[in-house]
Design a protein around this ligand. Structure first.
Ligand SMILES: C[C@H](N)CC(=O)CC(=O)O
Ligand SMILES: [Zn+2]
Length: 304
């Protein structure tokens, strides 16, 4: 009897898309990010995806100092794999975005494998009472926002972080991004196994229909065969449905308040750990097991 498959849970605890007025549960300060990360790891997340924020008003902060406020305490409190963003906020330059991962040389860093229109303004309707001006500007300005990840930008991040032995969470927001990754693999700039994080439901990228999920998986199977490890994230209300479909067809999952503030229709998730516990229930309900951090390191061939 084959052992149950191990499913890797990634938790993205705060991000740079949602803003503090949208949810009182969104971690903002370093203390809150530490508590959220350790809580998510305790609940079963093997990988923690990290962004930093300004302590006072919560705007995205992509300075190494911003990450230094919480990284050592998280490292001390858990053996979970730490994944530092190179996406930062889509309004930042690639030089700004890559700096924290360059300085801290994490086991994993995110890498966005293509450019997309990145709409957030539709959230203005959902959240009419934003406290800070920057929050309204952040959403408003996304009408004209292209999250730039040119081939030159991607190569720059790859060459900068390959030196540290850092491996990547390849964020693919659309089918074209899988072909971009194939291109860099053919050039030998990325090494298998490829950890592909398919992003569903961001306005500007692919949708959340089960056919969209199958299309991503079928295309990745064709382009990468056994050389990739697949994971998915569903934005907003689609989070758990997309995770369930992925777990059922051999994939891994990502949850966290970066990707969705919700725990069911109209109910704000009260912690990242709550979302990890819910997706764990789904995984164990399918009679699968969650991967420990060390099992995730083995599955993804991380430097440890
Ligand atoms: C949809 C997610 N915000 C994708 C993300 O996590 C990007 C990054 O940090 O590099
Ligand atoms: Zn992120």
């Amino acid at each position: 009897m084959a052992a149950p498959r191990k499913v890797i849970i990634t938790c993205a605890v705060t991000g740079a898309i949602h803003t503090p007025s949208m949810s009182p549960y969104l971690p903002v300060t370093a203390d809150e990010i530490v508590k959220a990360a350790l809580g998510a790891a305790e609940a079963g997340a093997a990988i923690i995806h990290l962004h930093a924020r300004d302590e006072k008003d919560g705007r995205p902060d992509q300075t190494p100092e911003g990450f230094a406020r919480f990284l050592p305490r998280i490292k001390q409190g858990t053996d979970a794999v730490l994944n530092i963003t190179t996406g930062g906020s889509p309004f930042m330059t690639v030089e700004e975005r890559v700096l924290p991962a360059k300085v801290f040389a994490p086991e994993v860093a995110s890498l966005n494998v293509g450019s997309i229109n990145f709409a957030l303004y539709q959230m203005l309707e959902r959240f009419p009472d934003l406290k800070h001006d920057w929050e309204r500007q952040h959403l408003e300005n996304s009408r004209d926002l292209v999250f730039r990840n040119s081939f030159k930008d991607i190569e720059y991040i790859l060459r900068t972080l390959n030196e540290n032995g850092t491996r990547f969470e390849f964020e693919c927001y659309d089918i074209a991004h899988l072909y971009n990754l194939r291109h860099f693999a053919d050039r030998g700039l990325v090494k298998a196994p490829f950890f592909i994080q398919s992003v569903f439901g961001l306005l500007g990228g692919i949708g959340t229909h089960p056919e969209d999920v199958m299309h991503m998986k079928r295309t990745a199977d064709r382009l990468f065969g056994a050389d990739y490890r697949w994971s998915v994230l569903g934005a907003g209300a689609s989070q758990m449905r997309i995770a369930a479909q992925s777990a059922a067809i051999g994939g891994n999952v990502r949850v966290g308040l970066e990707d969705s503030l919700w725990d069911g229709p109209g109910r704000l998730a009260q912690s990242n750990a709550e979302q990890v516990a819910r997706v764990r229930q789904i995984i164990e309900g399918l009679r699968l097991e969650i991967a420990t951090p060390d099992e995730a390191r083995e599955i993804l061939a991380l430097k440890g």
